[in-house]
Design a protein around this ligand. Structure first.
Ligand code: NAP
Length: 488
């Protein structure tokens, strides 16, 4: 970004006029201690949002050129004197070097933006440590969850939330207002004891994805080994044929759809189990076991991984004819037919099977793409609850049924061919059908009117064996009251 661009406002003045608190926040002078990546991006964003910025550096002459021309770059003590709110864009290890500024910092708000390199690296959070060094200041933890890149590229392009915590409500409100004017969404995380948690957030590596990724890897490993035994090890042991070349594409490509299909069914299986438990206990107010709760919470990630595997399967399948081995096999078949003087090799059933197989596969992938797209927060937020549940629940279930058709047309009559049972192991697709077919069968049973009605009543708050007061009109038109079980 050129120095000229740095002065251009990112936010229109209209949004600031709407909220009176924002007009008071914008225009005030904000201090930034440090002149590194974060300090520079922060200063640019503050200037663009209408704030006056004063940067405190140990070497202002050298660093001034890095900042927008409208920002004042001066010595740390000078900068601190000119403002009441100071962002400390310095690493924790260097906090103690700021102690010389203690006198000029008295009564000021210090915003601790620091992160650690490891989760729970220090016993006390960085913000608490800063507060202990400067007891005459009010420390607010915030902005550490946004990166220097997000600050520069604008809140629209990255994480919008800024988590804030402090023991001082007034100071927290001031920092929240600044964040709002900068185009971020401040989130009140309570008092200073939350700083530890806020500092750990940027260090967590995909916490919601761990279980689904391990699940996908576990399934991949199981199916890969199974396919390897059937497609590579069996021909080697039985016919001394070297089929190792099949591993990179063929074995992987028979494994991926298995993982995708089973993962898709695992998105809908916890819902089925939850419904079974609700029917069994006759209430929705009993807590599900923890493992089921966890499973229900990870459905989105499991679904996205299923889509990922299905997409890879589609790409691998498109590449199958590119392989040398495939071309050799085609030529070999053609030569054999020429030698045997076979003129017509058209098998009507095979042609139909393939057409249907590919067609339903494409439809299933299309539906999975739709599910994946609508699970993105920006798209999901634009849908109302009914639209979201129709796509994720109804269309998702249809995707599972179509994937089952895809699998069945792939298998066709192979399950009844004894040559397909290598080492007595059934074809892989028959194994993958187990969970999805259970889910589909359960869904069909749940759609029977007697069960559906009961489930609907339970989900609206009805409980088995709970006695409720009722009021009935008598034959004479008078009302009589009594008690009955809501079962009736
Ligand atoms: P940086 O580029 O290394 O800048 C650190 C700055 O600290 C230096 O430019 C230096 O400025 C100043 N400083 C003051 N006293 C110092 C001392 N004794 N020794 C060395 N430097 C001293 O680091 P940064 O990436 O901007 O990060 C600054 C803080 O922001 C860190 O606490 C980091 O955890 C946090 N943060 C950074 C990001 C990011 O995306 N970079 C995101 C979130 C949070 P002067 O030489 O001008 O004094």
């Amino acid at each position: 970004m050129s120095r000229g661009d740095m002065a251009k406002p990112l936010l229109g003045h209209r949004s600031m006029e709407g909220d009176p608190s924002m007009t008071t926040a914008a225009g005030r002078t904000i201090g930034v201690l440090g002149s590194g990546d974060f300090a520079r991006s922060l200063a640019i964003r503050l200037v663009c949002s209408g704030f006056k910025v004063v940067v405190g550096s140990r070497n202002p002459k050298r660093k001034a050129g890095l900042f927008p021309s409208t920002a004042e770059v001066t010595f740390q003590a000078e900068a601190v004197k000119k403002t009441d709110v100071i962002f400390v864009a310095v690493f924790r290890e260097h906090y103690s070097t700021l102690c010389d500024l203690a006198d000029v910092l008295v009564g000021k708000i210090l915003v601790d933006v620091s992160n650690n390199t490891e989760i729970n690296h220090h016993k006390e959070s960085n913000a608490e440590y800063l507060a202990s060094l400067f007891p005459a200041c009010t420390v607010v933890k915030g902005f550490n969850v946004v990166s220097a890149w997000t600050l520069q590229s604008g809140a629209r392009d990255g994480n919008k939330q800024v988590l804030i915590c402090s023991n001082n409500q007034e100071a927290k409100r001031t920092v929240a207002e600044i964040a709002q004017v900068m185009g971020f969404t401040p989130v009140d995380m309570g008092c200073m004891s939350s700083a530890h948690e806020i500092e750990n957030i940027p260090l967590r590596l995909l916490p919601a994805w761990k279980i689904p990724i391990f699940l996908a890897l576990g399934l991949f490993l199981c199916f890969f080994t199974y396919n390897l035994i059937r497609q590579v090890i069996h021909p080697y042991i039985r016919e001394q044929k070297n089929k190792l070349y099949k591993i990179p594409i063929e074995v992987v490509n028979t494994t991926l759809p298995c993982v995708a299909y089973v993962m898709l069914s695992l998105v809908y299986l916890p819902g089925v189990l939850a419904a079974c438990l609700q029917l069994y206990y006759g209430t929705k107010y009993r807590r599900f076991p923890d493992w089921l709760d966890q499973w229900l919470q990870h459905r989105k990630q499991i679904g996205l991984l299923s889509f990922f595997c299905a997409a890879l399967h589609a790409v691998y399948s498109l590449c199958l004819p590119m392989r040398r081995s495939h071309r050799y096999q085609l030529i070999e078949t053609a030569v054999k037919q020429a030698v045997e003087k076979k003129m017509n090799i058209w098998v009507e059933e095979e042609v139909w099977r393939m057409e249907i197989y590919i067609s339903v596969g494409i439809i299933a992938l299309g539906l999975l793409s739709l599910l994946a797209i609508t699970s993105l927060p920006s798209i999901a937020n634009s849908l109302n609850w009914r639209e979201f549940s129709f796509i994720q629940s109804t269309l998702g279930f249809i995707a599972l049924v179509i994937s089952t058709l895809h699998t069945l047309t792939y298998g066709w009559s192979r399950a009844f061919d004894e040559n397909q049972y290598k080492f007595y192991l059934p074809p892989t697709y028959t194994l993958t059908l187990l969970v999805p077919c259970t889910v589909i069968l359960a869904k069909v049973i749940f759609s029977l009117p007697c069960i559906q009605q009961r489930l609907l009543r339970i989900r609206r708050g009805w409980e088995k064996g709970r006695y409720v007061k009722f009021v009935l009109p008598s034959a004479t038109g008078e009302y009589s009251s009594g008690e009955t079980s809501s079962n009736v």
